[in-house]
Design a protein. Sequence first.
Length: 317
Amino acid sequence: MDVVMYEADMGDPDDEGGPAFISVLPHAGGTALLASSTRYFFVWDVVSRENVYFEELTLDYLSDECPCPLVLSDEGHFWASRGRFEFALWSLKTFKPVRTFERHRDYVNAVQPLPGGLVLSASGDCTLRLWDVQTAECLQEVSAGSPRRIALCPSGRRVAIAGASGIELFDLPSLSPIAHHRLQYQDTPLNTVGSRRSRREAADTVVFRSHGTELLCAGHDGIVRSMEPETGRVHKQWVAHGDSVNDLVLLRDGSGFVTGGEDGDVRFWRFDREECAGSLTLGGQVNGLALGPSGQIFAACQDGIVYGITPPALETP
C-alpha cells in the first residue's frame, strides 16, 4: 500500500489525541483535506500536501474538550461544531462560521445535512434536533440514546443513529422512531473484553449500503456487523479489531469497506470474505477515516498525522 503523510504540528502537550475528525472537500479549484483536533484546525492541499491553513481554536470556535464533526454542505460550506453546545455552517473560503445553531445542552457529536434545506444534529444531551438551515430555527426535538454518529439512507427518508444504546432508526422528516437494535457484544480471538464491557450494547459507528437495505455497524468489541435496518437481524460479521472500531467507510467501488481501530490499525475488507484483505499499523489509535475523490483512504491518527492510503487491490484470489 502506498502511504503519504499530512503532518499536524500541534506543538501542544495538552492536545495529545491528534486529529479526531477529517473530511475531504472541494476547495479553491482543487481538493482540500480538513482535520480538527480538540484545539486545532488544519487544512492541507491533497495533492501538494501543503498545509494551506492552520488555526488554534478558542471557545469562540470549538470546545477545548470536544472535537468537531466535519461534514460537507456544498462546494462553499461545511458543518462543524462551534463552542461547547453549538454547531455552525462554516465558510470554506474564510474558515469562519456563517450561521450558528444553538439549543443543545451538551456537546454536538454529529451533524448531517438533509434534503429540503434541513440539517440534523445529535448531541450528548441524548437528543436529535431538526433545524431549518436558512433560519437556524429548531423545528423538532426527539430523544435518542446518547447519539454519536448519524448515517443518512440513500433514499433520504431515514437515518440510523449509532449511540450508547445501540442502533436507532428514525423516519425523515418526522423523526418518528422505526426500530431500535442493541448490539450483543462477543469475545473474539482478537478481543476478550467484549462480554465484560459495562455497556455491552453501544455502537460507535454506522453506515448504510445496498441502497439502504443493509446497515454496517460496529462497537467496542471490534466486530463489524451487517444488519437489516428494520429487524436488526445480523447476516454477517467480521472480527475486525482487538478493541473499538472507531470509524468505518465504504470503498468507492462498492467491493468492501475500511475500518480504523483503537488498536492503531487500518484494515481493508471484502463483503464476500471474512478474512482481512490488507492492513496497516499506524502510530496510535485511528480517530477517524475519510474517503478521497480518487478512492484514497485518509486516516486521522493519535500521533498527530493524517495518513493518505492507497487501498490494496481487493480482487478475489
